[in-house]
Design a protein around this ligand. Sequence first.
Ligand SMILES: *[C@@H]1O[C@H](CO)[C@@H](O)[C@H](O)[C@H]1NC(C)=O
Ligand SMILES: *[C@@H]1O[C@H](CO)[C@@H](O)[C@H](O)[C@H]1NC(C)=O
Ligand SMILES: *[C@@H]1O[C@H](CO)[C@@H](O)[C@H](O)[C@H]1NC(C)=O
Ligand SMILES: *[C@@H]1O[C@H](CO)[C@@H](O)[C@H](O)[C@H]1NC(C)=O
Ligand SMILES: *[C@@H]1O[C@H](CO)[C@@H](O)[C@H](O)[C@H]1NC(C)=O
Ligand SMILES: *[C@@H]1O[C@H](CO)[C@@H](O)[C@H](O)[C@H]1NC(C)=O
Length: 823
Amino acid sequence: MDTFTTLVVFLYVISVYRVSNARDTITVDLVIRDGETITSVGGSFELGFFSPDDSNNRYVGIWYKKVSTRTVVWVANREFPLTDSSGVLKVTDQGTLVILSGTNGIIWSSNSLQPAMNPNAQLLESGNLVMKNGNDSDPEKFLWQSFDYPCDTALPGMKFGRNTVTGLEWYLSSWKSTDDPSKGNFTYRLDPSGFPQLILRSGSAVTFRSGPWNGLRFSGFPEIRSNPVYKYAFVLNEEEMYYTYELLNSSVITRLVLSPNGYVQRFTWIDRTRGWILYSSAQKDDCDSYALCGAYGSCNINHSPKCTCMKGFVPKFPNEWSMVDWSNGCVRSTPLDCHKGEGFVKYSGVKLPDTRNSWFNESMSLKECASMCLGNCSCTAYANSDIRNGGSGCLLWFGDLIDIREFAENGQELYVRMAASELDAFSSSNSSSEKRRKQVIISSVSILGVLFLIVILTLYVVKKKKLKSNGKVKHYLEGGEANERHEHLELPLFDLAALLSATNNFSSDNKLGEGGFGPVYKGILQEGQEIAIKRLSKNSRQGLNEFKNEVESIAKLQHRNLVKLLGCCIHGNERMLIYEFMPNKSLDFFIFDQMRSVVLDWPKRFVIINGVARGLLYLHQDSRLRVIHRDLKAENVLLDSEMSPKISDFGLARSFGGNETEANTTRVAGTLGYMSPEYATEGLYSTKSDVFSFGVLVLEIVTGKRNRGFFHPDHGYNLLGHAWTLYMEGRSLELIDPSMGDTYNLSEVLRTINMGLLCVQRFPSDRPSMHSVVLMLGSEGAVPQPKEPCFFTERNVLEANPFPGEHMLFSGNETSITLLEAR
Ligand SMILES: *[C@@H]1O[C@H](CO)[C@@H](O)[C@H](O)[C@H]1NC(C)=O
Ligand SMILES: *[C@@H]1O[C@H](CO)[C@@H](O)[C@H](O)[C@H]1NC(C)=O
Ligand SMILES: *[C@@H]1O[C@H](CO)[C@@H](O)[C@H](O)[C@H]1NC(C)=O
Ligand SMILES: *[C@@H]1O[C@H](CO)[C@@H](O)[C@H](O)[C@H]1NC(C)=O
Ligand SMILES: *[C@@H]1O[C@H](CO)[C@@H](O)[C@H](O)[C@H]1NC(C)=O
Ligand SMILES: *[C@@H]1O[C@H](CO)[C@@H](O)[C@H](O)[C@H]1NC(C)=O
């Protein structure tokens, strides 16, 4: 009997609990006690009392119900925590929401602007908690809503800005820490002075700004574009100015959050195992820290140093500037004095400067804008306020131009006012070059005759010299072997003295890195041309052979995806190769770095993958020599100023000598993580070993992770094993580097992953040729199903050293390994 009563009571409790759980509304008669919750009708959000991770304080908040790690999106009493579980959430007759503490009475209350009738609070599917009269669901008539009082999270449908009529402001403020929801140091709000822009502050100091809205995006967010996940809008009218976004696919869970340490980031929920992934970040790199380069300084993340003065400006304090303290910025070489003849210099591809001291008119043309700026002595620059349809509207700046940066794409145009004398300097290198060109043409016609004579003379002299010096060159390059070819002479020989002066005596400041066979330096020739010099280490035993190979091979190989050899230098024991200089370093510099990888969106990565494939195809098939590279890796893919890839380092490409055949070598040289199994274990190589390395590279480019050193908590596989596992489970999507944001074309990425896996199959005969790879990349057709790759890790290979009696040479940063014959 007793147990029966208990059971009945128990069941009753459960049923009450379940009923209260299913509610989405709080009425005057039904309060929420600590431990009870309400849930929005579709089950997306839940409201109730909670404690943050490492805290015992109780707060009323709203969190995702479908997300397994509790993620709070809104807190009512963030400044007024309860210290026990006596709290009650209640709706009053006046239409306010109050939190009562057992001991202290009301500790928090919402406000109420209008008279209430039969008020109740409902948690909507959007995560918005609204106070309404009866069941009047017209948003215009809500008495109060939590979306009007954001904390650190902007949910889809929230407004982010201000109502200029009521004075209500919607802005984000960070939590103090992950266990304390009270207001922290950071706020992110729409600043209405001048042309509106979002400004992030730490206390009162500005740390970041979005730049003004240009019709398509904020000027500082070149990466924002239409995407399949959400659509966004900026509204600017008499009454309101705000940014907002809405989901296109309601099953996607995404939020924009201001973290306690001041980062504005968008996260997307994947699943229980992967959790929230970073989808995009407002602050991308150093150039996003506010006014890093000071007034009239321009920041470019790909330059070193990052800050330069704009043209016609010089550092205000040159000493500070050279010590990389850029905070005081730049000043004009020639001050403005508002005299006649002043004009504008156009800058392209920039983030527009701080607009807090600006003025705008959205119906003026650019021409009217220019004359308006010229007519006001304190106006320093102008630009279009809207870049859509070729540009419209007028934005004028008064005072110093602050916080300018350069973007590789989607930057804007800015016209900066300059003194008349400075303008002359600009146009002399520009428009008056027309005149000069005419003069040049005239004089060059007469010079041409003279030149012709000189050429003939030179040819004669060179020919004579060639005949004489043939033996000498042979000696330098060969040290004995007889079959020296004349082709070497077609390659310019650089003078050692010129290279010494170009590299500041090979100073360590000029060192770009350490290649397989020696250091690489940057140099600037007297004419200003930038070059990269590979200086072969004197004590590298194989140096001479590699040198010959590299010179021979590369000189004949010409393809836009191969790095260009400009010449070589031989002087005593000193042997050097001179290449064109690649300003954007190598692929590994970008894809494996969390910040820099954002620069490489999917279209750029796809261009890189295609370029490397074409370069390899050329080496394997189209070039006269049929070259196998043997050391393809991210470090050997250089990027030019347009981020287009160039394969480099042919030192290992063609060293088939003496007792080696095309298919077998006793000298294994390559890099951990990229070597095909048959090459690493048996020394067998073919074009298919390059295909393997290419497959590894492709998977690294898609995932942003290195194959070597890859670690996953769930298994001990390398990246190939990991990719294969996810592929087999139909979860290839999870491989995609989150740094790419939403820039990818899904079918293109999936096809690429599939193709990458084909390239890393265990047996060389299963792997496609580079010819098929290029075809697969270029077509939309189906890609065959790959077989399981070899999950070998090089550790195993090294332990099972296939060349007993040989030692291993680790060079560079220990990523290149060479097995040498020990004699
Ligand atoms: C909701 O509205 C309907 C009519 O639209 C009305 O009949 C009903 O009584 C209302 N319910 C409440 C709880 O106010
Ligand atoms: C919405 O997203 C879900 C999960 O990401 C996906 O399965 C579904 O196909 C998407 N729906 C549309 C219409 O894109
Ligand atoms: C917030 O500001 C205070 C005082 O300026 C400082 O001590 C603290 O380190 C700051 N916290 C963060 C997360 O920046
Ligand atoms: C904006 O420019 C237009 C066209 O020049 C002009 O008619 C209008 O009065 C201007 N508005 C303001 C607020 O200056
Ligand atoms: C120049 O523009 C500033 C800022 O809008 C304004 O205060 C000032 O009156 C203008 N000066 C003239 C001469 O129009
Ligand atoms: C260069 O010349 C073109 C036309 O010749 C002109 O439109 C442009 O503004 C000039 N650029 C500079 C920096 O003077």
